[in-house]
Ligand binder design. Structure first.
Ligand code: VGL
Ligand code: ZN
Length: 209
């Protein structure tokens, strides 16, 4: 791909793969394709969901609540998740099969105890930045290709925020997998389309590489 493009690989971590704490169906099946895509991009950014054990998004930290319940927090509605991606735990590592040695930045998100962060750009308070926009802009990147887990949460939020920060954004659909909680996948695609995020297949990348 051209110099002004980057691949963003979202949350390809054991906890989001079968056997993990918040397994995305078939999540690990994208690893070989993601590795192949990585070879088509000079700039690759990886993200890791990275929470303290006391994180506000964990159902276990809200007595009487169960995973997949929702609650209202100062910044809005929050789904409560099973405890996942606790910082420095094996489930929070990068997937051991991920092989993109030239990836130049790893963004860890969700590390503030009281705020979740599906997006790799902006935390759920919609105000705290991770710094990713500045990194990409300072390297002259204008076009983002996004893949990983979960398509309907962290991939979608990252893609929508990419548009918000002025980047062209596309999701590589066959290199992503969804949780699909209560229609979240269909809702995500509606929002993505409205935001001007393109929906691509990996073959579209390889034919231009
Ligand atoms: C994610 C739910 C909670 C994701 C992260 O990576 O999509 N989903 N934390
Ligand atoms: Zn999380």
């Amino acid at each position: 791909m051209q110099k002004h493009t980057a691949l963003i690989v979202v949350d390809l971590q054991p906890d989001f793969c079968p056997g993990g704490a918040l397994a995305v169906p078939d999540g690990d099946s994208i690893v070989p394709l993601v590795n192949e895509l990585g070879q088509s991009f000079e700039t690759v950014v990886l993200t890791q969901d990275w929470h303290p054990a006391a994180h506000v998004s964990f159902a276990a930290n809200h007595p009487g609540k169960a995973p997949f319940d929702s609650i209202d927090l100062p910044y809005g509605r929050q789904v409560l998740w099973p405890t996942h991606c606790v910082m420095d735990s094996p489930g929070a590592a990068l997937h051991p099969g991920l092989n993109i040695p030239h990836a130049s930045l790893i963004i860890r998100k969700g590390s503030h105890k009281d705020v979740d962060s599906y997006s790799a750009f902006l935390e759920a308070d919609r105000a705290t930045r991770t710094g990713l926009d500045g990194y990409l802009a300072s390297r002259g990147i204008t076009d983002l290709y996004i893949c990983g887990l979960a398509l309907d949460f962290c991939v979608a939020w990252t893609a929508e925020d990419a548009r918000r920060f002025g980047f062209a954004a596309a999701i590589i659909e066959d290199a992503a997998r969804a949780i699909n909680l209560d229609g979240s996948l269909a809702a995500a695609w509606t929002g993505l389309e409205k935001a001007g995020v393109r929906r691509l297949h990996s073959s579209d990348i390889f034919s231009h590489a």
